[in-house]
Design a binder for this molecule. Structure first.
Ligand code: 9WO
Length: 224
């Protein structure tokens, strides 16, 4: 079972995501084990401080090394875990990366705030940094939720039988084909007849053509 530990100064941000829908079901089925940790619980400062002024001056505050390093060491224990720092400067997250992370046994995600984390944290405990895109957010929590969602859904059994992973066209580097459901005619806008034909081969061909056309139009960079 994949265990994902998240280290954050805003632990209350996570129950809304981890305790709903697919994430909740995944935990109930004991397919994945999410644990959220309040970084302040690991601070040795009497006021549970986790930040301080940057050496060399400059604006804002930096996350101090002691709470983060001790948190990783305490959470990791004797387990082998991949420690990931959520950072705009990291490797850009992808479906391929999600599949690789889904094969791990233990992930520890560090969510930064302020102006970032002390460099010694990277040197001592971080294995890699991951970015979910080229923009700067207020913290690493939303990126951590994105990674958790993308990884957890790949774990066998998490998505019910109604959702088939292998048909995910994104897996083949294409965008999704258009989806239609009842009613067949909505506000005069009709469902493509092929989807009502019962001809599964024709449907598969049409879907692939649509996925290729959509990819060429919106994401030509994905077309190899
Ligand atoms: C900010 C930043 C900006 C440009 C290049 C590198 C950078 N690193 C950081 C950083 O570590 N920021 C900390 C975490 C503190 C500020 C809030 N943080 C954050 C992480 N903002 N945005 C992200 C993030 C993480 C993953 N993917 C996209 C954005």
């Amino acid at each position: 079972m994949l265990r994902i530990d998240i280290i954050t100064i805003f632990p209350k941000m996570f129950p809304g995501v981890l305790d709903e829908s697919i994430m909740k079901r995944a935990q109930a089925k004991k397919l994945v084990d999410f644990r959220v940790h309040d970084l302040r619980d690991f601070s040795k400062d009497p006021h549970r401080k986790v930040d301080d002024r940057p050496f060399g001056g400059g604006p804002g505050m930096v996350m101090t090394p002691q709470p983060l390093v001790d948190a990783v060491k305490k959470i990791r224990g004797r387990r082998k875990a991949k420690v990931i720092y959520m950072c705009p400067g990291g490797t850009v997250f992808s479906q391929l990366k999600a599949k690789a992370l889904a094969k791990e046994k233990n992930l520890i995600l560090i969510c930064g705030h302020y102006e970032g984390i002390d460099e010694r944290v990277r040197e001592m405990v971080v294995d890699e940094s991951i970015s979910i895109g080229d923009y700067v957010l207020t913290g690493g929590e939303l990126p951590a939720m994105v990674v958790v969602d993308a990884v957890a859904r790949l774990i066998p059994g998490v998505l019910g039988k109604e959702a088939s992973l292998e048909d995910e066209s994104f897996e083949h580097g294409l965008l999704e084909y258009p989806q239609y459901t009842r009613p067949a005619d909505f506000c005069g806008k009709k469902t493509p007849p092929v989807l009502l034909s019962g001809n599964h081969l024709a449907v598969k061909e049409w879907r692939n053509e649509q996925a290729v056309a959509r990819t060429k139009k919106f994401r030509p960079d994905l077309i190899k």
